[in-house]
Design a protein around this ligand. Structure first.
Ligand SMILES: NC(=O)c1ccc[n+]([C@@H]2O[C@H](COP(=O)([O-])OP(=O)(O)OC[C@H]3O[C@@H](n4cnc5c(N)ncnc54)[C@H](O)[C@@H]3O)[C@@H](O)[C@H]2O)c1
Length: 432
C-alpha cells in the first residue's frame, strides 16, 4: 500500500483557498498546525436539537473539531422534548435559559435563534421534519443516523438534501464509517477494482439488548414514547434501522448502489416493552447476481459480531481491513482521527472551504434500505426498492408510522400497546 506524504495544504482546494477570508485562511492553517499571531479565528454559531447522550456527545465532538481547525464555536440555542435537558446542556455551554427550549416545537425556536449550524440528535422519527425546516431556514446540518422510520420520511430527507444542494448548505450524517480512515482506505481500493466486482457478502450488527424504560403511571403517551424511543418502531425504525444501518450503509457505499429487493424474517423473543423485534435476517438482492446477507440481533448471552464482508471476483475484504488482492493500488492520505470528531471536522471544513458536503441522499437511501428489510421481516413478503421509492399504488410507498412527528406537534399521540409486535404472514400488525 503506497502512502503519499502528508501535505498541510492538501485539504484546501485552490478555489476555496483563494476565496477563504484572511481569518478563515488563518483558521484553516491553524488546523494544520500553522498559526498566525493576531488574526481573529472564524466563529461558528451552533445549536443542538435533542440533548440526550448522542446530542451532548455530538456537541463535544463539534468542539473538538473546532480545536482541530483552529476555529471558535458558540452554542446559541438548545432544544429537547424535556426543557430541563435543554437547560442542562445549555448551562454547560453558557446558553441563556431563554434560548433553551422544550416541547415538540422547540426546534422551531432554535432555528429562530440564528445558528449557522444545527446538530440533530433526537430519535429518528423527527429527523425528516426537523431537517426540512432547517434547510428551508438556510442552516448547515449535522444529523445523527438513521434519518427516518418509514418510506415517506426517507423520501422527504432526500428532498431536503436536494434543496440543501441548491442552497449551498452542508449536511453531514452520523453514519461514521464514511469518515473513518480504516474504511476510507479499503473503500478507495475496492472502488479502484482491488477485488474486482463485488459478487456477494454479509453485514452484521449482533449484540446485547439495549436499555429500555417502563411506563410511569402519570405520564402522557408522548412522554413515554420519547423516553422509551428505542423500544418503539414508530420512534426508532426498529434496531435494523436504528443500529444496523451503519453496516447496511457500508454495503450500499461499497457496492455504489441500493438493493433492488429484500426478503427476510425476524422475531421478538426477549423484549419487555414497545413493539420491536429482537432479531432480523434479510437477503438483500443487489442485482447482477450479487446478494448481501444482513443479520442483526439484540439479545444478551449470544455471540456478537459487528462488521461487513465482501467477496469479489478478484479478491475479498472486510469493511475496514483484511483486504486480499493481487493488485497494488496507491492509497491517498485519509484521516486517522476517530470518526465522531472527523465528521465535524469534515462538516466545518467544507463550510469554510465553500464546498459543502451533502450526505443526505446517502444516509436516506441506507435508512430506506434498512426500512425495506424491516417491512419484509414484519410482513413476510418480498419488498422491492421500487415499492418504497416509485410505485405509488404500493401499500409500502405510503406506509406512514403513527404517531408521526406532526402528531407530536398537534398533541395527538396515542402510544401503540406494549408487547404487541408484527406477525409475519398475517394482517395483525404486519404493515411493516
Ligand atoms: N452514530 C452513533 O454512533 C450513534 C450512537 C448513539 C445514538 N445515535 C443516534 O442518535 C440519536 C439519539 O440517540 P441518543 O442515544 O442520544 O438517545 P437519547 O434518548 O439519549 O437522546 C434523545 C434526546 O432527544 C430528545 N427528543 C426526543 N424528541 C425530541 C423532539 N421532538 N425535539 C427535541 N428533542 C427531542 C429526548 O428527550 C432525548 O433527550 C438516534 O438517532 C440514535 O440512533 C447514533
Amino acid at each position: 500500500m503506497n502512502q503519499k506524504p502528508s501535505n498541510p495544504f492538501d485539504s484546501l482546494s485552490r478555489r476555496g483557498f483563494l476565496k477563504t477570508s484572511a481569518a478563515g485562511m488563518a483558521a484553516a492553517l491553524a488546523g494544520q498546525g500553522v498559526v498566525f499571531a493576531g488574526s481573529a479565528p472564524r466563529k461558528f454559531r451552533v445549536a443542538l436539537i435533542g440533548c440526550g447522550g448522542r446530542g451532548n456527545g455530538a456537541l463535544g465532538d463539534c468542539h473538538e473539531a473546532a480545536k482541530v481547525l483552529g476555529v471558535e464555536l458558540e452554542v446559541v440555542a438548545t432544544a429537547d422534548w424535556f426543557k430541563g435537558k435543554a437547560e442542562d446542556t445549555g448551562q454547560r455551554y453558557g446558553v441563556p435559559a431563554s434560548r433553551c427550549f422544550g416541547g415538540a416545537e422547540g426546534y422551531k425556536r432554535v432555528l429562530e435563534a440564528n445558528p449557522e449550524v444545527v446538530l440533530m440528535a433526537t430519535s429518528p422519527n423527527f429527523r425528516p421534519v426537523h431537517l426540512m425546516a432547517a434547510v428551508q431556514a438556510g442552516k448547515h446540518v449535522f444529523m445523527e443516523k438513521p434519518v427516518a422510520v418509514d418510506p415517506p420520511g426517507g423520501r422527504k430527507v432526500i428532498e431536503a438534501g436536494r434543496l440543501a444542494k441548491q442552497k449551498g448548505l452542508a449536511i453531514v450524517a452520523g453514519t461514521q464509517r464514511r469518515h473513518q480512515g480504516s474504511y476510507l482506505r479499503i473503500h478507495h481500493q475496492v472502488a479502484q477494482g482491488a477485488i474486482g466486482s463485488i459478487a456477494g457478502g454479509a453485514v452484521w450488527w449482533c449484540g446485547g439488548a439495549l436499555w429500555y424504560q417502563t411506563r410511569r403511571p402519570d405520564e402522557s403517551d408522548a412522554d413515554y414514547m420519547v423516553r422509551n424511543w428505542v423500544s418503539f418502531t414508530e420512534m426508532s425504525g426498529d434496531h435494523i434501522v436504528e443500529q444496523h444501518v451503519h453496516n447496511i450503509d457500508v454495503a450500499n457505499w461499497y457496492l455504489g448502489r441500493t438493493p433492488s429487493s429484500a426478503l427476510g424474517f425476524g422475531g421478538r423473543a426477549r423484549r419487555r416493552t414497545g413493539n420491536q423485534f429482537d432479531f432480523f435476517s434479510i437477503d438483500f438482492d443487489y442485482g447482477d447476481g450479487c446478494r448481501i446477507h444482513s443479520m442483526c440481533r439484540q439479545i444478551n448471552g449470544c455471540d456478537g459480531d459487528v462488521r461487513e464482508f465482501f467477496k469479489g471476483t478478484e479478491g475479498e475484504t472486510w469493511g475496514d481491513g483484511g483486504l486480499k488482492t493481487s493488485k497494488e493500488i496507491s492509497v491517498p492520505d485519509f484521516p486517522n482521527r476517530g470518526p465522531y470528531v472527523q465528521e465535524h471536522v469534515d462538516l466545518l471544513r467544507s463550510i469554510m472551504d465553500e464546498k459543502p458536503i451533502n450526505e443526505a441522499e446517502n444516509v436516506a437511501t441506507s435508512t430506506l434500505t434498512a426500512i425495506m428489510g424491516r417491512i419484509s421481516a414484519y410482513t413476510g413478503k418480498l419488498v422491492r426498492w421500487r415499492d418504497i421509492m416509485e410505485v405509488e399504488e404500493s401499500p409500502y410507498y405510503s406506509l406512514t408510522l403513527k404517531p408521526t412527528a406532526e402528531d407530536f406537534e398537534t398533541g395527538e399521540v396515542v402510544a401503540p400497546p406494549d408487547d404487541v409486535a408484527a406477525v409475519p404472514g398475517s394482517e395483525r400488525r404486519s404493515r411493516g
